[in-house]
Design a protein around this ligand. Structure first.
Ligand SMILES: NC(=O)c1ccc[n+]([C@@H]2O[C@H](COP(=O)([O-])OP(=O)(O)OC[C@H]3O[C@@H](n4cnc5c(N)ncnc54)[C@H](O)[C@@H]3O)[C@@H](O)[C@H]2O)c1
Length: 448
């Protein structure tokens, strides 16, 4: 393909009007941290640390041109001032109460925006305890059939849009991790999924109900949890048919973020791996849900696959053929949202001599997740406005289990993911892709 064809010339219009952010799981730790944080930034009471759209820059052209605008000045993204939040939860607590419960942000941050947060009132959830066994909330929709539930969610969204004068929306699943489900035949095409929906098939989880409501309403959908939701052929097909972008799954925060930073480095230097033992203690509601072995299985699948794809043992048998990889999560209430993740990494070097790396990441899950969601919302809105639909693989940067086209393997290396994202932005804005080739500077010199 000619380089020229990798540039997009079309003008992208500046976004106008309000952008609705619709969140299933709006009362959770991640959601409340996102919402409070966005308002604090809007009021000049905090900095959007961790957000590429707000703080990141992008290099354009050759290195001697010194062109590195901020991403938000380079691509036409919605302004934070135009964002309006709404969502669903099975607990009725308003945004302020839910933030206090989450114990992520302290009162120094919450009290100045108490009025704003108290106005965030969840809508009743589409919920089925079969899929999240450790929760007992009762603020739940009463519709009996699955189709009625989809319609009820759509009505909620319509009411929100008209009451708040919303132009465009993005939906982000920040609900609890649902129990593990195998890729079933009902997920094979939009037709089989719709047939299953009409028959109230018990294999359709609530996250799919929200996703269907979003896709049918032309609203981009992001999946922040490891449950399949839109990562099945039926939903991918539907997203394409409806011309809607989808992205997922499972926000890449704490331990997996570290893994996808370290593992590419080991591989780049051809260092071998004998074993990688990862364990976590966390005490928030997410930890409680993941204490159920079937919910944990969903998470485990998501966390385990990362190394396999980065290290490619089939290409590097001497280095990675038999490494042992184990991930555990332990629910430990005293730690709250401030997770501790340990990694014990056994590597080997020249002639097979062993070495060890220990990582003890005292991280804050929701503090790491909130900026990712803000970026995803703004980039998905951009994708929708430029007419991109289906899987948005260029947003792999944000996920533990990036969705990808059938026949491709997922890209987990954080640095490749970052290049992929920035090159997509360059492409959208009609700028040259940057390959970091570099020899061209020296070759041109010789010719001169
Ligand atoms: N915090 C992170 O770093 C991180 C990273 C990756 C993925 N995630 C995922 O993001 C999700 C949210 O994490 P969290 O820490 O905020 O968890 P949380 O338990 O604090 O919040 C989840 C919320 O979802 C609600 N909920 C569950 N099912 C629902 C439904 N059907 N409809 C509406 N609401 C529903 C729960 O009541 C709860 O308030 C989880 O699935 C988690 O695994 C979090």
């Amino acid at each position: 393909m000619k380089e020229e064809s990798l540039k997009r010339k079309q003008e992208i219009q500046t976004p106008k009007g309000k952008l609705g952010v619709l969140i299933p799981g709006i009362g959770g730790a991640v959601s409340t941290t996102l919402i409070a944080g966005t308002e604090l930034v809007r009021q000049g009471l905090g900095e959007p640390i961790g957000s590429l759209t707000q703080l990141g820059t992008i290099r354009l052209g050759k290195r001697f041109e010194h062109r590195s605008p901020k991403i938000k000045e380079f691509v036409p993204l919605a302004n934070l001032e135009d964002i309006v939040f709404a969502g669903w939860d099975l607990y009725e607590a308003n945004g302020y109460e839910a933030s206090l419960y989450a114990r992520v942000l302290n009162r120094e941050h919450l009290d100045p925006i108490k009025g704003f947060l108290s106005e965030i009132k969840p809508m009743k959830a589409a919920f089925d305890r079969k899929f999240v066994r450790n929760l007992d909330g009762s603020y739940i929709k009463e519709e009996k059939s699955l189709r009625q539930l989809v319609e009820a969610i759509k009505e909620d969204m319509e009411a929100f849009k008209s009451q708040n004068g919303i132009e465009r929306c993005v939906m982000v699943w920040c609900g609890s991790t649902e129990i593990y489900s195998e890729a079933s035949d009902i997920y094979q095409s939009s037709q089989t999924l719709y047939e299953a929906l009409e028959h109230n098939d018990p294999r359709i989880p609530p996250s799919m109900i929200y996703a269907l409501a979003a896709l049918e309403s032309g609203i981009p959908f992001v999946n922040g949890a490891p449950n399949l939701t839109v990562d099945v052929p039926a939903m991918i097909q539907l997203a394409q048919e409806k011309g809607v972008p989808i992205a997922g799954k499972d926000f890449k925060t704490g331990q997996t973020l570290m893994k996808t930073i370290l593992a590419p480095g080991l591989k780049a230097r051809a260092l071998g791996l004998e074993g990688w033992f990862s364990t976590n203690i966390l005490g928030n509601r997410d930890g409680l849900v993941l204490d159920d072995k079937d919910s944990f299985k969903t998470k485990e699948e998501s966390k385990l696959s990362v190394l396999e794809y980065i290290l490619q043992p089939q290409l590097y048998p001497t280095l990675y053929k038999n490494y042992f990889h184990k991930v555990t999560i332990n629910y430990y209430p005293p730690r709250g949202d401030n997770k501790e993740g340990w990694d014990c990494i056994d590597i080997y070097g020249w002639l097979g001599y062993p070495m060890q790396i220990k990582v003890d990441f005292l991280c804050r899950d929701s503090i790491l997740a909130a900026p990712l969601i803000l970026d995803l919302v703004l980039f998905m809105d951009l994708a929708q406005r430029v007419g991109m639909s289906g899987i948005q693989e260029w947003l792999s940067f944000y996920f533990k289990s990036p969705m990808h086209k059938e026949g491709l393997y997922p890209e987990h290396d954080l640095f490749i993911q970052s290049m992929k994202l920035k090159n997509t932005l360059r492409y959208l804005m009609g700028e040259e892709q940057i390959t970091h080739f570099g020899l061209d500077y020296y070759l041109n010199e010789k010719q001169e």
